[in-house]
Design a protein around this ligand. Structure first.
Ligand code: FAD
Length: 256
């Protein structure tokens, strides 16, 4: 989808630059001067939608974000053909209102496979796509943030259970069995993971809504949780309106 969007944008004259981590930004003559891994970029207005890195990018641009991002890994298992034939539709657990995560559910994919997931295990690296991965910098950030201790106090039991599911296929299977009792260990196939950018407030509570803050010449998207992928085009319209003022998109002709 990102590739398709990049294609459409480029066709309209936009310039897409990848492999360009933002390292620092400062104001210069009313504009932004952004130092990136691929050189300097000058911009009149910056929208920071850096997902796992959004709080770091905000800080690198001199803003003081009201939340911090904590990375939560979600592990998936591809399920066997036996279960694929038996499960006809999406199967969800009853949601836990205390947390903004759906819980391990079953999804028949558009490619014809069936997968289980994701759990929500605290990752010790921003891009902690494997259970054992950790980064000293991220550990330091976690240890020096007041919200981490509140997080442990509020969600300690939940976190321990989700973490165990990350390490133990037997524990993961329990989650699958709670919604599909016929599942067996042999039904768990290839494993893969994604990492959520979860905003945590200073009191340790999890932010479950969108957080957008404005600074001079900048808009920071500091929490864009699920369903932000599904709703990305609608969110983009809201962001564009916030930058340029509301636009009438029902008017005939090419979209602005
Ligand atoms: C396991 C899992 C399951 C999910 N399930 C669903 C679902 O079913 N439905 C749904 O709608 N959503 C789902 N989501 C959530 C969805 O993926 C996110 O809400 C969405 O991707 C957020 O979009 P974003 O553009 O804010 O951030 P991202 O998609 O994370 O994009 C951020 C981009 O910024 C870049 N970046 C980071 N730091 C820097 C930097 N310093 N400089 C430059 N670039 C930087 C990154 O490389 C990345 O390309 C899921 C997420 C996970 C992890």
């Amino acid at each position: 989808m990102a590739r398709a969007l990049a294609h459409d944008l480029t066709a309209r004259g936009a310039f897409v630059r990848t492999d360009a981590e933002l390292r620092a930004g400062h104001r210069a003559d009313g504009d932004w001067e952004l130092a990136t891994a691929a050189g300097t970029v000058r911009a009149g207005f910056v929208v920071n939608c850096a997902g796992l890195g959004c709080d770091l990018v905000a800080r690198r641009m001199g803003a003081e974000p009201p939340i911090r991002i904590v990375a939560f890994r979600g592990d998936y298992y591809q399920l066997s053909d036996r279960l694929r034939a038996a499960v006809p539709c999406l199967v969800y657990p009853v949601p836990d209102p205390e947390v903004p995560f759906l819980g391990v559910h079953l999804t028949p994919t558009i490619g014809g496979a069936l997968r289980a997931g994701p759990n929500a295990a605290l990752a010790l690296a921003r891009e902690g796509y494997r259970p054992g991965r950790w980064e000293a910098e991220e550990l330091f950030r976690l240890a020096s943030y007041r919200g981490t201790f509140g997080l442990a106090r509020r969600y300690g039991r939940y976190a321990a259970r989700e973490w165990l599911r990350s390490w133990s296929p037997a524990a993961y299977l329990e989650a699958v069995r709670s919604i599909w009792p016929g599942a067996e260990r042999a039904d768990l196939g290839i494993r893969s993971s994604g990492v959520r950018a979860q905003a945590v407030r200073p009191d340790g509570s999890l932010e479950d809504d969108f957080v957008l803050t404005r600074g001079p010449g900048a808009l920071h998207v500091l929490n864009a949780p699920s369903p932000a992928a599904t709703a990305s085009l609608a969110i983009a319209e809201r962001i564009a309106d916030a930058v340029t003022g509301p636009v009438d998109r029902t008017a005939p002709g090419p979209a602005p």
